[in-house]
Design a protein around this ligand. Structure first.
Ligand SMILES: Nc1nc2c(ncn2[C@@H]2O[C@H](COP(=O)(O)OP(=O)(O)O)[C@@H](O)[C@H]2O)c(=O)[nH]1
Ligand SMILES: [Mg+2]
Length: 312
């Protein structure tokens, strides 16, 4: 693998990002097992210095380069400052990363990334690491995990949409946004709308109306309208629902990512004509798949809510 990428073969992979606790490490473990079962040669690279133990076997582990507790102790930094320092240190040590990754050329790479949101919305170190990987001929998609818990509160959901949008614009990679822990959504609380409303993110005016009926948010209607306007103007955000323990759900996420990073169009695996055609025309049948998830994890809701959804 050479610095200027000349001569390096293409390598495909995913950078798995999202807030702390959104399920990144669990996803990497699950996706590694899932892909291994379908015959893909896959390795996991741990880039999160806060991951003390990992459920998967790391091919490359940032803790060999730097650890968060060491940084916090020696530089007297808190956990957030410490993580930023670790990422800047990684950026300053590209040669270490390059050498470690080169040993696994020919594999599919899953990068388990840190959970600090600022790293994806403001700070440049990780973005520069991703850009450097691209120069080394990696074809990456960002898989941005968001806990489906946020769907249960329209205010939180708007903030998740803003974070997802600014992450997409900042990271500058093909993006697949994922609503994780779908199996828990029933326990998290009642949804105001059908699940596809949250995954397709088409007409957010209903969300603003819903918020306006809340006495606390009533005074913020104009602010919410403007936020929603920005999100709709870009028209970039949508979500794929995920339950990491469900094979069908993992397959759908994998298909979306394969399309995003271009893996579907390579010749690494035997692919059915149908899969190639659906990738080519951009059809991924999200709507039907979201309805299936809705039926599986969300009990039918009361009439008033159903009527509200019919209006949509
Ligand atoms: N029920 C359920 N729990 C999950 C799922 N994914 C992750 N978790 C749990 O969420 C917690 C945080 O997950 P982790 O992968 O460490 O999150 P990270 O901080 O983003 O790496 C752990 O207790 C996981 O067991 C899921 O799909 N369903
Ligand atoms: Mg983790």
């Amino acid at each position: 693998m050479s610095e200027n990428s000349q001569g390096a073969s293409l390598a495909f992979g995913q950078v798995v990002i999202g807030p702390p606790g959104s399920g990144k490490t669990t996803y990497c473990h699950g996706m590694q097992e899932f892909m291994a079962r379908i015959g893909r040669r896959v390795v996991v690279v741990n880039l999160d210095p806060a991951n003390e133990v990992t459920p998967y076997q790391c091919a490359v582990d940032i803790s060999e380069l730097i650890t968060l507790p060491d940084v916090m102790e020696s530089l007297k930094l808190g956990p957030n400052g410490g993580l930023i320092y670790c990422m800047e240190y990684l950026e300053a040590n590209f040669d270490w990363l390059q050498e470690k990754l080169a040993a696994f050329r020919g594999h599919y790479y899953l990068f388990d990334c840190p959970g600090q949101v600022e790293l994806y919305t403001h700070h440049d170190a990780l973005k520069n690491v991703f850009a450097q990987l691209t120069k080394w001929n990696f074809r990456l998609a960002a898989v941005h995990l968001v806990d489906s818990h946020y769907c249960t509160d329209p205010g939180k959901f708007i903030s998740v949409l803003c974070t997802s949008l600014s992450t997409m614009l900042h990271v500058e990679l093909p993006h697949v946004n994922v609503l994780s822990k779908m199996d828990l959504i029933e326990q998290y609380g009642k949804l105001a709308f059908n699940l596809d409303y949250y995954t397709e993110v088409l007409d957010l005016s209903y969300l603003v109306d819903h918020l306006a009926s809340d006495p606390f948010f009533k005074n913020y209607r104009r602010l919410n309208e403007k936020l929603v306007e920005v999100i709709e103007d870009y028209s970039l955000v949508s979500f794929v629902p995920l339950n990491v323990q469900d094979k069908e759900s993992m397959r759908r996420v994998m298909q979306a990512v394969d399309k995003a990073n271009g893996y579907s169009f390579g010749d690494q695996e035997h692919r059915s004509l149908e899969a190639l055609m659906s990738a080519a025309v951009g059809a991924d049948f999200h709507f039907t798949s979201t309805l299936a998830v809705q039926e599986k994890y969300v009990q039918s809701q009361d009439k008033a809510v159903e009527e509200e959804v019919m209006d949509i």
